[in-house]
Ligand binder design. Structure first.
Ligand SMILES: C[S@@+](CC[C@H](N)C(=O)[O-])C[C@H]1O[C@@H](n2cnc3c(N)ncnc32)[C@H](O)[C@@H]1O
Length: 247
């Protein structure tokens, strides 16, 4: 009898990291390779989350950030309708598809939906509807609302503009992306819904926090273990959307 192939961690949506060997890799500075790329490569090769992502079938280490956030806050439940902004290459979508049961494989559980959007093209992900779109262009939110065709339970954003090398510029850009994501969330979330977004600490995130506090029961800043400790990145998790009051 043919054996059923074992599911990858990505297909199960799990966070287990068992069976890892810890062998540090050193990269030689080859001719033409800058010191900064040597250090980047070395960090990638020795990063346990990069190794896990490879072993468990996730498209990137970012998957573990949303897995860890969801382990704590439990917003990716079967049946949930999810919007994933800045979804390339697709790690968060993979996690969402498995956890909300977007493929309908968990019998007896509600089937959810996952809508992903990114500037870049994304290799198809079974169970997710993905569109290439610059979320900062005029009417981008109208397009997303159209594709969604109704309310969402979760709006999550891992959007980040390409790093400029200037800390404050990067901070302001990510806050602008975050605010745009929050405005979509205010328009499409169902009451009780959740908003998750990546921010880079840098001074102006207070304004966003204030707006979120008016719209949600609870707003928390979290740095999941998978987020590199030397990065100013953190995630704002706003739960219990109060609704638009227009129902
Ligand atoms: C850190 S990556 C996201 C990783 C993703 N969460 C995953 O798990 O694979 C950030 C993404 O934000 C996207 N992005 C940045 N600005 C954007 C914009 N204006 N509209 C749509 N996507 C954007 C980038 O193209 C990039 O793919």
């Amino acid at each position: 009898m043919a054996k059923t192939p074992k599911k990858t961690g990505a297909e199960r949506g799990n966070t287990s990291g068992r069976g890892q060997r810890d062998l540090t890799v050193k990269v030689k500075t080859a001719r033409g390779r800058k010191m900064s790329s040597k250090l980047w490569l070395e960090r990638q090769l020795n990063d346990p989350y990069v190794k896990r992502a490879k072993a468990e079938g996730y498209r990137g280490r970012a998957a573990y950030k949303i897995l860890e956030l969801d382990d704590k806050f439990r917003f990716l439940v079967p049946g949930a309708r999810v919007v994933d902004l800045g979804c390339a290459p697709g790690g968060w979508c993979q996690v969402a598809v498995a956890r909300v049961n977007a493929l309908g494989q968990k019998s007896g559980k509600a089937q959810g939906t996952v809508l992903g959007v990114d500037l870049q093209e994304v290799e198809p992900i079974a169970g997710a509807e993905i569109h290439q779109l610059d979320f900062m262009e005029d009417d981008a939110d109208l397009k997303v609302k159209d594709w969604l065709g109704g309310e969402a339970d979760v709006v999550m954003s891992d959007m980040a503009a390409a790093a400029s090398g200037h800390k404050q510029t990067d901070h302001l850009r990510i806050i602008a992306l975050c605010e745009a994501a929050a405005h979509l969330a205010f328009d499409v979330l169902s009451p009780g819904g959740t908003f998750v977004a990546k921010v880079l600490a840098g001074g102006t995130e207070g304004g966003l926090q204030q707006i979120l506090k008016q719209k949600f029961e609870k707003v928390q800043n979290v740095k999941p273990p998978a987020s590199r400790s030397d990065s100013s990145e953190k995630f704002v998790v706003a739960t219990g959307f109060r609704g638009r009051g227009d129902a």
